[in-house]
Design a protein around this ligand. Structure first.
Ligand code: GLU
Length: 441
């Protein structure tokens, strides 16, 4: 719906268009904000502006409303606009996109990545109480459903460069949807890592009053600058309030809720630490320790790895589809302890055997999320793991198993070793014992 004829005339006279910054005077009050398009929900007689705090207000024009266009803000220089203390520990910030880089696109009301790395940092000047940002880089501007393994490779290279060039930690801002895949990928690709590499993001964009971005970014920077952790992990809200964040190991984290701020939880694991925005870091469990050593990488990813889900009624034909495309490995999200169908026409067993006989890895995980795959308890499990030659993924998440297999297929040429390493714990992805307190942590 358009603004009323009268309002449109007024705007035209003053050469004001939608999205211009305006000052409005009404009943002795002055309002400043961005002129918004009129929507179906608002009266055509009301002028809607977005205030600096992110809220929209509608001001009815009874002929008394005065509107004026404000001058455009100077274009920001490509330089950090915050004062920094060079004596603080040096960190780097790398941005990739996601909600933490996003703002509302006023025409549609949709949120999309638009902020540069330095703009994200500028929203959280408190970082400078703990860290000196030695360098910041933007390697993509993508929401994370569009991030592919090629971004993981670039990130691993950039992190290595930053850590070997003077930063004692790195913060990576990222969309939350696939942040745990990236965290797992970096965990495996950064083979010699003794410094903190911290992924963080947001569930609400920075231009909303309810944003979680600044606290997540601050806590992530505290870990990068001050912690004695030498691992890859995710730092996001630990609760729905702004009280603390968790640092969760990169191979054990999972996004568990579509919209809650405390969406990331450790799976079959405890968080490594709790971080308060006042700088306090409280350890919850053991971790690799910080050392000022050179970082090294083994970079590569085989993208022809498929994740397939077994469910009532599922057909093994799905495997044939990928085999025809010459896929190199499979992650099967089985039921319960890690089952696939074994009866009559629906059985997956012969097809799996055919694949493993070619020397290709087929990995069994569980759709239960929590717990461990067991290859022995039931006769049907024995068919899948012993007869058909699938490899049990222990208590790895499906996402981590996928990333680990894709990485091993690209970096380890010996087939037998790939199978062995899938069962070994390389980067905290498989725990030795299932601790009861890790369930629904
Ligand atoms: N789907 C987007 C992404 O993962 C937005 C979600 C977010 O960043 O929290 O990047």
């Amino acid at each position: 719906m358009k603004y009323s004829e009268k309002i449109r005339k007024k705007l035209k006279e003053k050469n004001i268009s939608v999205l211009d910054k305006v000052k409005i005077k009404k009943e002795n009050k002055t309002y400043r904000g961005i002129l918004m398009p009129n929507t179906e929900m608002s009266s055509p007689k009301c002028i809607t502006i977005k205030l600096k705090n992110g809220y929209n207000i509608g001001l009815e024009d009874l002929g008394d409303l005065k509107i004026q266009k404000l001058k455009k803000e100077e274009k920001k220089e490509n330089k950090l606009k915050i004062k920094q203390d060079k004596s603080k520990p040096k960190i780097s910030v790398i941005s990739t996109g996601g909600t933490i880089s996003s703002k509302i696109e006023y025409e549609t009301g949709a949120v999309e990545p638009a902020l540069k790395a330095e703009e994200i940092i500028a929203h959280t000047p408190e970082i400078t109480d703990y860290a000196y940002i030695r360098n910041y880089e933007q390697i993509s501007q993508l929401t994370s459903e569009d991030i592919s393994p090629s971004t993981w490779l670039e990130l691993a290279k950039t992190v290595k460069k930053e850590l070997n060039n003077g930063s004692r930690g790195v913060v990576i801002t990222h969309g939350t949807d696939t942040m745990h895949y990236t965290a797992a990928a970096l965990s495996f690709m950064l083979t010699d890592l003794t410094k903190p590499v911290v992924l963080t993001g947001a569930q609400r964009s920075i231009d909303r009053g309810s944003t979680d971005a600044p606290m997540n970014l601050l806590c992530a920077s505290i870990v990068a600058a001050e912690s004695d952790i030498g691992e890859v992990g995710i730092v996001m809200h630990g609760t729905m309030n702004d009280d603390y964040c968790y640092f969760i190991r990169g191979t054990k984290a999972k996004k568990m809720h579509t919209s809650r701020r405390d969406t990331f939880r450790p799976i079959n694991d405890k968080p490594i630490a709790k971080i308060k925005p006042n700088g306090q870091i409280k350890k919850i469990q053991n971790h690799s320790k910080f050392q000022d050593k050179k970082t090294d990488t083994e970079i590569g990813f085989e993208e022809k790895v498929a994740i397939l889900k077994a469910y009532p009624g599922s057909e093994p034909d799905a495997l044939s589809y990928y085999e025809d495309k010459d896929y190199k490995g499979y992650i099967i999200e089985g039921t319960g302890l890690g089952h696939v169908p074994t009866q009559a026409k629906k059985t997956w067993i012969p097809k799996i055997k055919e694949i493993t006989d070619k020397g290709k890895p087929v990995i069994g995980t569980s759709q239960c999320t929590y717990g461990r795959v067991n290859p022995n308890v039931y006769k049907n499990l024995r068919k899948f793991y012993h007869e058909a030659g699938a490899i049990p993924a222990g208590d790895m998440t499906v996402e981590t198993a996928y990333v680990k297999l894709g990485w091993l297929l690209a970096t380890e040429k010996n087939e037998k070793k790939i199978m062995e390493k899938m069962k070994e714990n390389l980067k905290g992805e498989i725990t030795e014992r299932s601790l009861p307190e890790t369930y629904l942590y």
